[in-house]
Write a protein that binds this ligand. Structure first.
Ligand code: HBZ
Length: 823
């Protein structure tokens, strides 16, 4: 990879200049935050030539563009990542050292751009990194939330949500582009007018808002390609005109101010759960309408035949959240570009493609007709017509089969079903791991698969090795490069050459030493943030992800309670010291998830303060788990807990980040775990629990009766009784009864233990025993961990993106040369 020249003197001058002009200070007087801002602007400067060159190249060679539409982009911090991808990281670190500044400290001043909840949002961020690195023309299209994912504080063991004021000091990387602002209309009614024999649909009495794009650079690795993440901000269209006495006008102006203010105020903090709020649908239409308008405007700059729009643009819908794009594109093509229905439909169905991220029923988006049609009257008309035609098609294909219509219609029982709309109007429907896609085809979307099998395909998720190894784990990254060269940075499968060293004792030793140093780094973080001493020689057993019942953090902590009981009952038993590390945010209104956090912290309090167990067990809940601290956590993990109820986790991507950092998977045969095990070999992972098929079969029988287990398994009964006897809540013995009831009485879906925690418990405990035995064999463990790194090649998002390009998007590759004066 060509390394761009870095001009040290120029860079230092630029930082100093920025401190002066931004803050009227010399560098010695500036705060750390001010220095971050100054360095950030200097880096944006260094990006600018390539950003301009890339856009010029796109204008010249006119490649097909993918618009990745997503309500979420979980970017994390930009500074370190941009330097890595500019291939300037070490040079900038050195340059800053010369003027007495520490890059790590500066990086720490940057707030995470937490414009996402979890896997879905982070996947979008990894995809942008890969698209730029592979040289494809792409725009991320999203919302510039004023408040991203809330900050989590733990107070008295409970989660408290604090607003995330990520923009309070300004964002040096962003670029406001008011010249590309768009108008988005809500509400009112549609008047039909016949002009020259053609029906015109005119929206009247609406409220409108101005969508103003804010661009963030997406730096490709070492290739001068800079793509754009375009996040839309909202502004009122007409600010107050104070001389207006007309009451109606005045009120309307106030309403439009409020609409603009509320629209982009905050990210909804639910993952895998639909809240159904009107404001959420407004957010969706807001950014989608602006993005579609922009895509069309861009196309029209160079092309006159709108019927061929799909040759130069494709929309990837990240779950159903942006699915109104389908109807918005239809609207613009018909109402503004003058196409007939069939022509517009032809373009739309060649432009839109849909990714499904979940089979959880409560996550599926359904909007009440009343709300949908009131907020988006013209869009609703179009959806109705799409539905009418589709229902006709079902009836033609399955005459007399009303069941099919009931199951497949887009509008049914007073609701608009967004997944059905996305499937009907899309040219591609993909799941995010092989198992997940198979479940979609065979169960959840069976009827659609039967009717249109050619649309369905799998795209197993991936992660970017540039953030999650090169930036997050510099020690291991250097070591890997020393052994296999640096091509893995843009060609991860090359990392497989590490297999040559897995039996080499020196390499094993070095590898484990790096893991140890990363554990020391995390132990320091834990000491600083939690004031808990953890022993870096203990096994670091980690579960970090959103808190959700199907992810089964509850099973993990129940098992910790069980281990603690064992140690207490048999103080002399041989037990390898273990540190159980948790990190998870719960959706603000998800009570059972929040109570699970309280339980984890309560168990941690008791265990960490019990001197009698000699520090054999420690439990740590890391506050405010997010992209920036995740990089350190993955680097330090020995065991990767991927323990979802089989069939429920569509893919998982944390599992891949752990693997790449040399942690061994302890998991169920769910999501991408299946493919991880396939790559690394079952002997190099710890697999347990029911299979997806078994889970689905048992669900179809109406579940199972866990009271049998309760009555016959003493250890399980002991742990469950501790939930209701005050063992971990002496002041309030009833505190955890809700969790007890969920496991034994009713946990939702009208049944006890719907996620089979107790059913899988023994199998999990037994797998944990195997983990312990394996860890005692130092060389064996080193070998296993190294094999995990070596076999992580498949899980780069570069591979995933290349598959999207080859099978779905059909993009053209672009190369960017910098002009002489910028080199
Ligand atoms: O998407 C996750 C899946 O649970 C995970 O298995 C997969 O690896 C990942 C990437 O494909 N899904 C989410 O993260 N979903 C959400 O965050 C979400 C957010 C808002 C919603 C629904 C889902 O309304």
């Amino acid at each position: 990879m060509a390394k761009r020249l870095f001009n040290k003197e120029f860079f230092i001058r630029s930082v100093k200049y920025n401190v002066r002009t931004l803050f009227r200070k010399e560098i010695e007087e500036a705060t750390e935050q001010q220095i971050f801002q100054a360095v950030g602007y200097a880096v944006k400067d260094a990006i600018m030539d390539a950003w301009i060159a890339t856009q010029k190249e796109y204008e010249k060679s006119d490649p097909k563009i993918v618009y990745y539409m997503s309500m979420e982009f979980l970017m994390g911090r930009a500074l370190g990542n941009n330097l890595i991808n500019l291939t300037f990281y070490d040079e900038v670190k050195e340059a800053l050292e010369e003027i007495g500044l520490d890059l790590n400290t500066i990086e720490d001043q940057e707030p995470d751009a937490a414009l996402g909840n979890g896997g879905l949002g982070r996947l979008a961020a990894c995809f942008l990194d890969s698209l730029a690195t592979l040289g494809y023309a792409a725009y991320g299209c999203g919302i510039r939330y004023r408040y991203g994912m809330f900050k989590q504080q733990i107070v008295d063991g409970y989660q408290v949500e604090v607003p995330d004021m990520w923009l309070k000091n300004g964002n040096p990387f962003e670029l406001r582009r008011p010249e590309y602002a768009k108008t988005v209309k809500f509400g009112g009614y549609v008047r039909v007018e016949n002009r020259n024999g053609r029906n015109m649909f005119i929206q009247e009495g609406y409220q409108s808002v101005l969508a103003v794009p804010v661009d963030l650079p997406i730096v490709g690795y070492g290739n001068n390609v800079i793509n754009t993440l375009r996040i839309w901000d909202a502004e009122a269209i007409n600010s107050f005109e104070l001389d207006r006495f007309d009451k109606g006008e005045y009120e309307k102006a106030v309403e439009q101010e409020n609409l603009a203010r509320n629209l982009v105020e905050v990210l909804y903090p639910n993952d895998n759960h639909m809240a159904g709020k009107e404001l959420r649908l407004k957010q969706q239409y807001f950014f989608v309408s602006a993005s579609v308008q922009e895509a069309i405007a861009k196309y029209k700059k160079k092309h006159s035949d709108i019927r061929k729009f799909y040759e130069k643009a494709t929309f990837q819908l990240n779950d159903t959240h942006p699915t109104v794009a389908v109807a918005e594109l239809m609207r613009i093509l018909m109402d503004e570009e003058g196409l007939e229905w069939d022509e517009a439909w032809d373009v739309t169905t060649k432009t839109c493609a849909y990714t499904n991220h979940t089979i959880m029923a409560e996550a599926l988006e359904k909007w009440p007709i009343e709300l949908f049609s009131r907020l988006l009257p013209r869009i609703y008309q179009i959806v109705e017509e799409i539905n009418r035609r589709f229902v006709n098609q079902i009836q033609e294909q399955y005459p007399g089969n009303y069941e099919k219509v009931k199951k497949m219609a887009i509008i049914m029982d007073g609701q608009v079903k967004m997944a059905h709309l996305a499937i009907v109007a899309g040219y591609s429907v993909n799941g995010v791991a092989r198992l997940h896609t198979e479940i979609l085809k065979k169960q959840e979307l069976k009827d659609f698969y039967e009717m249109m099998p050619q649309k369905f395909n799998n795209k197993t998720n991936g992660i970017t090795q540039r953030r999650f190894l090169l930036h997050g784990n510099p020690l291991l990254a250097k070591w890997v490069t020393a052994h296999v060269g640096d091509e893995w940075i843009t060609d991860l499968p090359k990392i497989k050459e590490l297999t040559l060293y897995v039996d080499d004792e020196k390499a094993q030793h070095e590898f484990m030493n790096i893991k140890y140093q990363n554990k020391v780094r995390l132990a320091k973080y834990i000491k600083e943030h939690n004031n808990i001493d953890v022993d870096p020689r203990s096994i670091f057993d980690v579960q970090v992800k959103r808190l959700h019942e199907y992810k089964r953090q509850l099973m993990n902590i129940l098992h910790v309670m069980y281990l603690y009981n064992q140690i207490k009952e048999h103080p002399d038993m041989d037990f390898y010291p273990r540190t159980f590390i948790f990190g998870a945010k719960a959706a603000a209104g998800y009570m059972r998830a929040k109570l699970t956090i309280k339980l984890i912290n309560s168990v941690a309090d008791v265990i960490n303060n019990d001197a009698s167990i000699n520090g054999k067990l420690k439990v740590v809940f890391i506050e405010d788990y997010r992209v920036s601290n995740a990089e350190w956590i993955f680097a330090a993990a020995d065991v990767s807990e991927q323990i979802s109820t089989a069939s429920k986790e569509a893919s998982g991507t944390g599992n891949m980040k752990f693997m790449l950092n040399g942690a061994v998977t302890l998991g169920t045969m769910d999501g991408a775990n299946v493919e991880i095990v396939e790559e690394v070999g079952e002997e190099n992972a710890f697999i347990f629990g029911m299979s997806a098929e078994e889970v689905i079969a048992l669900e179809n029988q109406g579940g199972y009766d866990p009271s049998q287990l309760f009555n016959t398994d003493q250890d399980i009964r002991h742990v469950l009784m501790q939930l209701i006897n005050g063992e971990y809540s002496p002041n309030d013995p009833e505190r955890f009864r809700e969790l007890y009831n969920a496991l034994l009485v009713d946990g939702g879906y009208n049944r006890p233990d719907p996620y089979f925690i107790l059913k899988d418990f023994r199998s999990y405990a037994e797998a944990q025993k195997r983990v312990e035995a394996a860890y005692r064999d130092e060389k064996g463990w080193a070998r296993m961990a190294m094999l995990n790194v070596a076999h992580a090649g498949k899980f780069t998002s570069d591979r995933t993106i290349q598959e999207y390009v080859d099978d779905i998007w059909k993009l053209d590759k672009v190369t960017v040369e910098l002009p002489e004066e910028a080199k």
